[in-house]
Write a protein that binds this ligand. Structure first.
Ligand code: IPD
Ligand code: CA
Length: 271
């Protein structure tokens, strides 16, 4: 089996198991364990437990790979492959009982730096809806809805957007950045039919891949928020970038299909 496919199967299996654990812990009751960068940036005991499970499972089957996750220290590997993991993306939703949260797992090659890596495989699993979005480099993006249903191949909405686009965005946790985010939203609004703030970047990107959103943009994402989702969008025929000429990342992430991508880049370049 090709390496990308092998990595994809590992990511898919572990994302499912991890999502099931998150969902079980959610049903038992969630406790906020700590705040991180600010009062809005929370971590629950489940975030840590789910990351520990993912890390342990990866170490069992791929002991030479590196690890780069949200809730624990990064470790360099020797194989050239690194796993980029968000155990619960959408933690605020998770804490409040809103079902839009997901486990995001990507396998990347090269330096574990989003400016330089190549994403080989990615899985985003939303346990509340039992939807598993996955992609491999060159192998397309897919949605599995439960074990007995045939996987569905994903494609971004191609446009054109004369009639307005359904867009999503997010605002991060740092209040100092909110005025700029709102000004940017005002610039983009003329392109929009409406705006969503779903609260999980990996599901925003998966939704663009699935044609449930026409486009998405957000400043301030961390590598684990977008590592798997970016591959989903590009494998579904969409485009993803950052500030003009840059790769997606902390400064900006823009994802869309067709001419909407260019329109978003132009609108966002003003801010
Ligand atoms: C957050 C979510 C949210 C986005 C934040 C992320 P977390 O991830 O993806 O939608 O707006 O920037 O940090 O904290 O729930 O893993
Ligand atoms: Ca998280």
């Amino acid at each position: 089996m090709a390496l990308d496919d092998e990595l994809a199967l590992i990511g898919i299996r572990i994302a499912r198991e991890a999502g099931e654990l998150a969902q079980r812990r959610r049903a038992e009751g969630v406790r906020i364990a700590a705040t991180k960068s600010g009062v809005a940036d929370i971590v629950t005991a489940a975030d840590r437990e789910v990351e520990a499970l993912i890390r342990a499972r990866l170490a069992e089957v791929r002991p030479d790979d590196g690890f780069f996750g949200e809730e624990s220290d990064a470790a360099q590997g020797t194989s050239g492959i690194t796993w980029v993991v968000d155990p619960i993306d959408g933690t605020v939703n998770y804490a409040y009982g809103i079902p839009a949260y997901a486990v995001s797992i990507a396998a990347v090659s090269g330096e574990p730096d989003p400016e330089r890596w190549t994403a080989l495989a990615g899985a985003v699993y939303a346990p509340a809806t039992d939807e598993l979005f996955h992609a491999t480099r060159g192998g397309g993006a897919w949605l599995d809805r439960g074990r007995d249903v045939q996987p569905e191949r994903l494609a971004v909405n191609p446009g054109p957007w004369a009639a307005g686009a359904l867009l999503a965005t997010g605002f991060g946790y740092d209040p100092a950045t909110h005025a700029g985010d709102l000004a940017r939203l005002a610039t983009v609004m003329p392109l929009a039919r409406d705006i969503r703030r779903i609260g999980s970047a990996s599901l925003d990107l998966a939704s663009v891949a699935a044609g449930r959103l026409d486009g998405y943009f957000e400043r301030g994402l961390n590598p684990w928020d977008h590592a798997a989702g970016v591959l989903l969008v590009t494998e579904a025929g969409g485009r993803v970038g950052g500030s003009p000429g840059d790769r997606p990342g902390k400064t900006m992430t823009i994802a869309a299909g067709g001419d909407l991508y260019t329109a978003l880049v132009e609108a966002i370049a003003i801010h």
